[in-house]
Design a protein around this ligand. Structure first.
Ligand code: UD1
Ligand code: CA
Length: 460
């Protein structure tokens, strides 16, 4: 791509009524990322570090998400919905910098790719002053139709304003548009609202360019890419398409998936080489899985780093801040949260490791709990290198177990354990010999009889 500068204007002032949600539409998520986040990621990947996002009134949360995704972006408020061109002009001040290309994108089309944005910009770089993204939908109902004259695009007709013949056209407007920066404002300002909906239509930019003897062109893409989200059903469809893309990319990058259709990825999931993922695994946002790691079936990971050659699950849960060292092992029904496991460390069956550190080669026995929460605050537990925590122990944080220390099974550890020490924190076993012979048996029988008697009483 050339060094041309680009102003990306993202329209996100829609109310999203049909989502039936308290949440602004563009903040709903696909593959662990907001719709707006996807659009802004594509904008960034297409070579633009900032966007002008046009939001409706009371959209603090949308502004926040914008700043998170593309920090240099600006927010503009459209207080009244008066059409797509009106919305673009709400970002008028952003034009002052004089970008070479202006890209207009809807905030609710999360499947748009950076490549397509680059293609649109490329058309402007080449010769066109307006470039529109067209597609051929299975059903054209509701879309604007692209009216071509040879390779020139001469008009976009909104369905409500279209003639019978125009409605028969199958090439539709996907909604995205690129404009030559030099002429963009002039074109936009000439748009009026003389149409069925009394709205300022961005699509009128095409006819206006034509009257200014400027060229407008149409590029084509797939229906998937311009799939807009208005309902929860459309959100689920977008999720399915996105998952397919992410799985294909992971396979392509050298990840083995035994049943890829059962693995759910986030847009930002990162894999090293020769990772193996067994069936039914969910990756929430923020996961990094290093080379040769093995994720067994039925695991749920979020915000987790899995080191080289580490093994997780089956049925393990890694929560945000779980960091597993190389060749470490997290067994079945183990939960790890905000804790680091050193190289070769092991956490066995049913352990809970929250807020802490497990040193290299340490072994956390089955059923061990890091008691990290006292009802008010969270505290840390540190287990030193090579330490061994016997099964079913409770490590009551804040507490430290030194290197190579050994904690006896079933201990409740409330004091630090020195390196190399054996800690026993449990009631001593008492054996009372001859217990059975003394006649403890009949007691049980008496109890049973009492229960029987009580039941019979109830019936009466
Ligand atoms: C628009 C196109 C249509 C195209 C279709 C593709 C226009 C005039 N029409 O129609 O040709 O086939 O998209 O899906 O552009 N918005 C605002 N402020 C407004 C109006 C809209 O921010 O005042 C935003 C909406 O939130 C939405 C986008 O712009 O993200 C598109 O608006 P919408 O009303 O959905 O346009 P369509 O009628 O679907
Ligand atoms: Ca729409």
């Amino acid at each position: 791509m050339s060094k041309r500068t680009c102003l990306a204007i993202v329209l996100a002032a829609g109310e999203g009524t049909r989502m039936r949600s308290m949440r602004p539409k563009v903040l709903h998520q696909v593959a662990g990322r907001s719709l707006l986040g996807h659009v802004l990621a594509a904008v960034r990947a297409a070579g633009t570090e900032q966007a002008a996002v046009v939001v409706g009134p009371d959209s603090a949360a949308v502004a926040e998400e914008t700043k998170r995704a593309l920090p240099k972006s600006q927010i503009f408020v459209q207080s009244e919905r008066r059409g797509t061109a009106h919305a673009v002009l709400c970002a008028r001040k952003a034009f002052a910098k004089g970008a070479d290309d202006v890209l207009v994108i809807f905030g609710d089309t999360p499947l748009i790719s950076a490549d397509t944005l680059k293609r649109l910009r490329g058309a402007i770089d080449h010769h066109a002053s307006v470039a529109v993204l067209g597609f051929r939908p299975k059903s054209a109902a509701g879309y604007g139709r692209l009216i071509m004259n040879g390779h020139r695009l001469v008009a976009i007709r909104e369905e409500k304003d279209a003639s019978e013949a125009e409605r028969a056209i199958d090439l539709c407007n996907g909604g995205l548009m690129a404009l030559r920066g030099e002429v963009a404002l002039e074109i936009l300002e000439r748009i009026d609202n003389a149409n069925a909906k009394r709205e300022f239509y961005l699509t009128d930019a095409v006819t206006i360019a034509d009257t200014m003897a400027l060229e407008a062109v149409a590029l084509e893409t797939t229906e998937d890419e311009v799939h807009g989200i208005n309902t929860r059903a459309q959100l689920a469809q977008a999720e399915a398409v996105m998952q397919q893309r992410l799985r294909a990319a992971a396979l392509e990058a050298g990840v083995t998936m035994i049943a890829p259709e059962t693995v759910f990825l986030s847009a930002d999931t990162k894999f090293g080489r020769d990772v193996t993922i067994e069936p039914n695994v969910v990756f929430g946002p923020g996961c990094v899985i290093a080379d040769n790691a093995l994720i067994h079936a039925f695991c749920h990971l979020e915000g987790a780093h899995v080191g080289k050659g580490a093994s997780v699950g089956p049925f393990a849960r890694l929560r945000p801040g779980a960091t597993l060292g190389a060749k470490s092992r997290v067994g079945n029904f183990v939960e790890v949260k905000a804790a680091e496991l050193g190289e070769g460390a092991k956490a066995n069956h049913l352990a809970y490791i929250g807020d802490g550190l497990v040193g290299e080669g340490a072994n956390i026995g089955a059923g061990t709990i890091f008691c990290n929460y006292d009802g008010k605050n969270k505290h840390r537990t540190e287990v030193g290198k090579g330490a061994f925590i016997g099964s079913n122990s409770a490590l009551v944080a804040p507490v430290k177990v030194g290197a190579d220390a050994y904690v006896g099974s079933g201990s409740v550890i409330t004091d630090d354990v020195p390196a190399g020490a054996l800690a026993l924190g449990r009631g001593r076993q008492v054996n009372k010999t001859g217990w059975k012979a003394k006649g403890s048996g009949p007691k049980k029988t008496a109890k049973k009889a009492a229960v029987k008697k009580a039941k019979a009483k109830k019936k009466r």
